[in-house]
Each structure stands twice: as C-alpha cells, then as structure tokens.
Design a protein around this ligand. Structure first.
Ligand code: WQD
Length: 351
C-alpha cells in the first residue's frame, strides 16, 4: 500500500480526507500537534473505517521533530498538507503568527520532501487566493487579486513557494483551491470543530439552531446580488476529501505533465447567505434566529468556481447537494450536543 503523510490529520478536512484515502486503499499516517484540532477526531475515523491512524504530535515549525517523522517513515509516497491556521479575523489581529506558522511549517515539510525524495505533494489552498475577482466563476487561470487578509496571503505565498520548489526539484505538486467546505461525513462521526465562536457561516447556523448561540447575524444585505447577501460556492467536505484521493491517483498514474497543477474545488453553484439559511430551515424544519447585520470587513461580494479542470483531469464529480450539506452539518451538531464530554465538554479544544 502507498503510504501518505497527512498533516493536520485531526482537523476538519484532514480527517475526512483520511477516511477517503483509507477507503481507496492507501496507508495513512497523520502529523498534527492538535493546537487547533482535537485528537479524538481520529477515533471517529476509526469508527468509520475500522483503522487506527498513527498521529505524530509534532509541531511542523520544528524542523528536527518534522525530520524525525520522515526518518521513521522512509517509505512515504505522498504528502497532503492541511496543517495551518485558518481564521481570517485572527490573521488580521496576529499577522506574524500566521506568516510564521503557515509558512515555516510548509517550508519544513518541503525540505523533508527534498531530503527524503518524496515524489508527490498536495497542498491545501483556498479560493481566498482570488481576492475580489473581477470575473466569476473563476478559473484556475484567473489572476489572483491582492488577498483580503494575512491568512489569504499565506495561501498565495504558499502557492508561490511550492511553484518555485517544484521547478527546482523532482517532486510533482498539486494545489487544491477549496471554495467553502461545509457539512460533515454522513455517519455523523466526524465533522467540524470550530475553535471558539464560529466565524464561518454553516457552524454559526448549526450552533444557533441547537441553542449554543442565541442568534446569528447575516453580515450585509445591501450587496449587488440577487437578494443583497454575499454569494459563495459551498462544497461538501466529503467531496473535497475525495478530490485529494483523485489528485494522488492522478499523480501516481503520472498523468500530470506539469510540475505543479492547480485545481478549483467548488460545485460551480453560487449560493447567497440567505439562500443557505433557507436551505437549512427547509431540510431541518428548524426556524433560525438571525438578524440582518452590517457588512463584515474583508468579505468579497461573490465568488464561485469554474470546476471544469478538476472534472476533466481528475475525474472529480461533486455529489452532495446544498441540502445534503445542511443535513449532515445539522446531524453532526446534534451528535456533538450528545457527545459534548467526548470533546472535553466543549466543542473545541481551546475555549
Ligand atoms: C461566508 C459568508 C459571510 C458567518 C473563509 C475563508 C476561506 C475558508 C472559509 C478556510 C460571508 C457570511 C458568515 C456569519 C454571515 N477558510 N456569514 N454570518 O469568508 O467566504 O471564507 O472561510 O478554509 O478561505 O476566506 O466563509 O463562512 O466565513 O462566510 O453572514 O455568522 O457568510 O459574511 O458572506 P468565507 P464564511
């Protein structure tokens, strides 16, 4: 079996990707210092797949500790790099922490790719690299605008670092630009664990619906869109996960003529905030308590993907609908309520 190192394996997209990799015959190890994730998420992976995943509790910003993981696993075929801080608001308050954490960890991993001749490297990027795009839907060749936050800059700079690395080395790389990952594994055994008060829309919806939050706000209803609220491309996390398996298979089958390929991972459907809320209410029957608030700084008006390249080259076909996204997110939130002590009595390891 091909061994894949997943950094951030206890995280939201990392844990879902490990499930998909295992179901497709890969062997997986995780590297996660649990600074922003809960180690018990890998217990959820075991309940789904029956497999125990070894996690190295290592800070990737420590080169020696990272190097030691590769010394112990000289047969790593590929790396999927998820581990990074991802809060837009926090990055505005603490830019240096974001640049240091997100870029040092990436550079240390790439140094190990070089040292240990790891053939394949897949990077967790984001549609945030496009900034406020002039043309939507965006394609992979849509030139990035200035990022809206230090977090966004760490994704843009991360892509540039990998591009230059790939030119100078033998490893083949793929950059996957996620749009808005939402929802949870259909089993309800793994899902998103927001750190503290949720910034993102869907956890804010589900935590309000379950009563963890008394109400949520729609940030802005005066945008030039069909109902005044922002448009995003919500994509189920399990569809995102499967795209990583397909990306590795694409590399392993040597179908990639380029040293570094880029793919958009979105459904191609733009959905407004109010439409997302209506979909949640329709699927769950829960009336959401929300108010119409002012715009949030840094929000782009509208963005959604042209996903033709991932469909054509990776054979990727997103299968979950917006209703599925809301249904699985709600199922996970309800499970969390029951298993609250399972995650140390709080929904996240930090608050
Ligand atoms: C979506 C829409 C909000 C919460 C960011 C990053 C992206 C990725 C996902 C990491 C916006 C509105 C939200 C709320 C609201 N991050 N909203 N009330 O900002 O598109 O993307 O998170 O992987 O890289 O850029 O996602 O879910 O925060 O916001 O009205 O309580 O929902 O204003 O219009 P965003 P989001």
């Amino acid at each position: 079996m091909k061994k894949i190192l997943v950094s951030g394996g206890s995280g939201y997209i990392g844990s879902h990707t490990i499930v998909d990799l295992l179901e497709n015959g890969f062997e997986v190890i995780s590297v996660d210092n649990n600074s922003r994730s809960h180690p018990r998420m890998l217990e959820g992976v075991k309940k789904i797949t029956g497999k125990t995943i070894k996690n190295y509790k290592v800070d990737l910003c420590n080169y020696d500790d990272t190097f030691a993981v590769f010394q112990e696993n000289e047969d790593i075929t590929g790396i999927i790099h998820f581990a990074a801080f991802k809060s837009v608001a926090e990055s505005v308050e603490q830019p240096l922490m974001y640049f240091e954490n997100n870029l040092s960890s990436l550079i240390n991993l790439l140094k190990c790719v070089q040292e240990f001749n790891v053939p394949y490297f897949v990077f967790s990027s984001s549609c945030t690299v496009y900034g406020n795009a002039d043309e939507i839907p965006v394609t992979e060749s849509t030139s990035p605008k200035p990022a809206e936050s230090p977090y966004g800059y760490t994704k843009q700079m991360g892509e540039q670092i990998i591009n230059e690395f790939a030119k100078a080395n033998t490893a083949k790389c793929i950059l996957l630009r996620y749009f808005n990952p939402v929802g949870a594994h259909p089993s309800g055994l793994i899902g998103e664990l927001p750190v503290g008060k949720p910034e993102n829309l869907v956890p804010a919806i589900t935590q309000t619906a379950i009563g963890k939050l008394s109400k949520m706000h729609v940030w802005g209803t005066d945008y030039p869109t069909r109902d005044g609220s922002c448009i995003r491309d919500y994509i189920h996390v399990s569809d995102i996960a499967h795209a990583h398996t397909l990306a590795l298979q694409f590399l392993l089958e040597r179908k990639s003529p380029k040293k570094c390929e880029v793919f958009n991972l979105g459904t191609g459907n733009g959905v407004t905030v109010l439409e997302a809320i209506k979909a949640f209410e329709k699927v769950t029957g829960v009336k959401l308590n929300y108010s119409l608030g002012a715009r949030r700084a840094g929000d782009v008006i509208a963005i959604y993907a042209n996903n033709d390249l991932a469909r054509e080259l990776l054979g990727w076909i997103p299968k979950y609908s917006l209703e599925d996204m809301m249904e699985t997110a709600w199922k996970w939130e309800q499970k969390l309520k029951v298993d609250e002590k399972f995650y140390d009595g709080k929904y996240s390891p930090l608050n």
